[in-house]
Design a protein around this ligand. Structure first.
Ligand SMILES: [Zn+2]
Length: 297
């Protein structure tokens, strides 16, 4: 949760760099090189605040701000403009990680009511068993995961369901064949069964450089995912590899959000946390994507 002094410092920094940001925005609009931001949240709830929870009123403020200052887009739309190398507007995509039951009380109905595209990444073990996530158990507050029925309902209402492993495993460590099967391919099959949707997107748990390996990237693509997402805070530039998308944490507060989404000059320099094997990349670029095929018929 942000402190007041951090909020003030960030607002001052944003204000002092306004001219640079306006200049950059004009430049990106004119050249079609506007970066896209993908926000990730975990839990929207008014009880048990923690570092991965945002209140319903703060979340609504974030949605208001993005709707007034940028354009909400689906991951599929962002990937299209990554692929064709041209984007003239500030696009923002909304995602959730893990699968917390309370999101279905207000946040998801609000998103649906506002017709905002949203991708919801789910760790299947917790949904199947109702067990709390390891990070909540460790923090001493066992919060309630989503149920299979909630995942089914969200999917039927238009929320895109994505994979987030079975047990929220850190995929930066070497993986056995059994782990790959359970965490990546079997978990994708379960999500497809529950959602009755093809599941194209995979978000790496923890999502930093140390939580991703070439072995796990290969396993994700071999399991049939089209695209994987990390969470190291970077933006997505037109023309970049659409097999990998970078995300920004939405929880740290309004000042951080508005700072990042208005072309923070420091943010623009952030490097991608993963280097993709060019042979895997070429293979994926040459193949028509499932989402393209489905949209044609
Ligand atoms: Zn997670």
């Amino acid at each position: 949760m942000p402190t007041l002094s951090r909020e003030i410092a960030l607002s001052l920094y944003r204000w002092s760099t306004t001219r640079t940001r306006m200049h950059l925005a004009k430049q990106f609009e004119a050249s079609g090189t506007y970066p896209a931001a993908i926000l990730f949240y975990h839990r929207v709830a008014d009880s048990h605040p923690n570092g991965w929870t945002i209140s319903n009123s703060n979340f609504a403020q974030h949605l208001d701000w993005v709707q007034q200052n940028a354009r909400f887009a689906s991951l599929s739309d962002i990937r299209k403009s990554q692929r064709n190398g041209h984007r003239t507007v500030a696009m923002v995509s909304l995602t959730f990680d893990d699968g917390y039951s309370e999101n279905c009380e207000k946040a998801i109905p609000t998103i649906l009511e506002r017709k905002i595209p949203c991708t919801y990444f789910v760790s299947t073990h917790f949904v199947e068993t109702g067990e709390p996530f390891p990070h909540d158990r460790a923090a001493g507050i066992p919060l309630k995961p989503n149920t299979i029925e909630e995942i089914q309902r969200m999917a039927s209402q238009g929320i895109t369901i994505g994979g987030h492993t079975h047990t929220h495993l850190d995929l930066g460590k070497p993986l056995s064949a059994e782990q790959i099967k359970r965490e990546i391919s079997d978990s994708r099959k379960k999500l497809q069964d529950w959602s009755q949707q093809p599941v194209h997107y995979f978000a790496f748990p923890y999502g930093l450089k140390e939580n991703v390996s070439q072995q796990s990237i290969d396993a994700v693509l071999e399991a049939g995912y089209e695209c994987f997402l990390t969470a190291a805070g970077g933006l997505n530039w037109p023309g970049e590899d659409p097999v990998h998308l970078q995300r920004i944490h939405g929880d740290p507060g309004m000042a951080a959000l508005t700072n990042w989404l208005t072309l923070d000059p420091r943010k623009l320099k952030l490097k991608s946390p993963v280097v993709i094997d060019p042979s895997v990349y070429r293979q994926r670029m040459d193949a028509p994507s499932d989402s393209d095929r489905s949209s044609q018929g």
